[in-house]
Design a binder for this molecule. Structure first.
Ligand code: ZN
Ligand code: ZN
Length: 389
């Protein structure tokens, strides 16, 4: 890895910690967006603002080639109350950069600065800073808002810090890397009753119990055992008092998977179980099924370039290409649905003492800032090479 020029690391750490101290939730990243846009303009990039509200696309051109790529970072924080006792801890009650998007923004900023100072590439680089990665579909909103029509590219690239992967290691998946997310709501309704006279009503709580147990058979008995899939009921609403059988119970949950066939099988079987269980218990049952985010699947050619860039950054033996994919989800999938590209994991160090993503004790590791910057620079050189003189 090439070290950063004198003084740049200190500045990058200061910027990262400034963003960390002032976290902003999805679509509210105004201060972060102002700060990033000002820096990008200072480095001499063309800065376009307003896509998806707080989104930024900063552009750098060099040479005469018509090739173009997009590099993407995310800017939003999470509704988590930080427990770290550090000088740059969150100053906003209940909001925290617990996923390291402060670090992602800082690394892309560092790459923009470095490439603006040394434009040793031939083509166009669009630096995309997206809002609302966490569950709110900021990437989708940017794509639907015309991101790739206004800024056409051959491929789009993303990265995420990865606790549990050592500092100095990069993981590149040549195919699937993050799962798709479906969300569902099940409503069981009937006639409520006095708890002492249940025979006068229909009990959705008993039915919900039976249904939750039956749902456990979908993954074990219905979906293809060779296909990774997780199905979880995560929230139950129902009842208000110990002496009333409620008229309604609502169950919420999520399915994580890697393919539309699996998703259709899960939805179909879930509907059968909801309707069958409701009918058995004399209730009505409805299912709302929402395909929220597709799977993040890297394309072969961009993945090969990412592997090359990662090897140039951290060395041949520090690049993992055979790690199993995660069942977590990434909003970057919305960009990969319309453009080929690659999303990599950057080692953030041990996932000990709560140093995991979305934890109140998570900490982005500043040591990896120059690694991320160099990876982006190496990637740009490989995607947009200068013709040999
Ligand atoms: Zn996250
Ligand atoms: Zn994240």
């Amino acid at each position: 890895m090439r070290p950063l020029p004198n003084g740049w690391m200190e500045e990058l750490v200061r910027l990262r910690r400034d963003i960390h101290a002032h976290p902003e939730l999805a679509f509210q990243e105004t201060r972060t967006s102002d700060l990033l846009a000002a820096e990008l303009a200072r480095y001499g990039l063309e800065v376009d603002r307003g896509l998806a509200g707080t989104g930024i696309v900063a552009t750098l051109r060099s040479g005469s080639s018509s090739r173009a790529i997009a590099l993407r970072a995310d800017m939003d924080a999470l509704p988590v109350a930080e427990l770290n006792d550090v000088a740059h801890a969150s100053t906003k009650q209940g909001v925290m950069h617990a996923c390291g998007h402060d670090g992602h923004s800082a690394m892309l900023l560092g790459a923009a600065r470095r490439l603006a100072a040394h434009p040793d590439f031939d083509g166009t680089v669009h630096f995309v800073f997206q809002p609302a990665e966490e569950n709110e579909g900021g990437g989708r909103v940017m794509v639907e808002g015309g991101l790739f029509e206004r800024f056409p590219v051959d491929a789009v690239y993303g990265l995420h810090n990865w606790p549990g992967l050592a500092v100095g290691r990069i993981a590149v998946h040549p195919g699937p890397v993050m799962a798709a997310v479906d969300l569902f709501d099940i409503t069981l309704s009937g006639r409520g009753a006095h708890a002492a006279m249940p025979h006068q009503g229909d009990d959705p709580i008993v039915a919900a119990g039976a249904l939750i147990t039956a749902i456990q058979t979908i993954v074990s008995r219905t979906t293809d055992p060779a296909e990774p899939v997780v199905l979880s009921v995560t929230r139950i609403e129902g009842g208000a008092a110990s002496n009333i059988v409620p008229a309604r119970v609502v169950l919420h949950g999520t399915c994580r998977h890697y393919g539309s066939t699996t998703s259709a099988v899960v939805e179909g079987r879930l509907r059968q179980l909801v309707e069958g269980t409701a009918s058995t218990h004399g209730l009505s049952g409805t299912l709302a099924y929402d395909r929220r985010c597709p799977a993040t699947i890297n394309s072969p050619e961009p993945a090969a370039r990412a592997i090359d860039a990662a090897r140039a950054t951290v060395g041949e033996t520090a690049v993992d290409t055979d790690l199993p994919p995660s069942m977590g989800c990434e909003d970057f999938a919305h960009m990969l649905k319309v453009k080929q590209g690659c999303y990599v994991w950057l080692g953030n160090g041990p996932a000990e003492n709560g140093r995991t993503l979305h934890s109140a004790n998570y900490e982005f590791n500043d040591e990896i800032l120059p690694i991320g910057v160099d990876y982006w620079v190496q990637l740009v050189r490989r995607c947009l090479p200068k013709a040999a003189a």
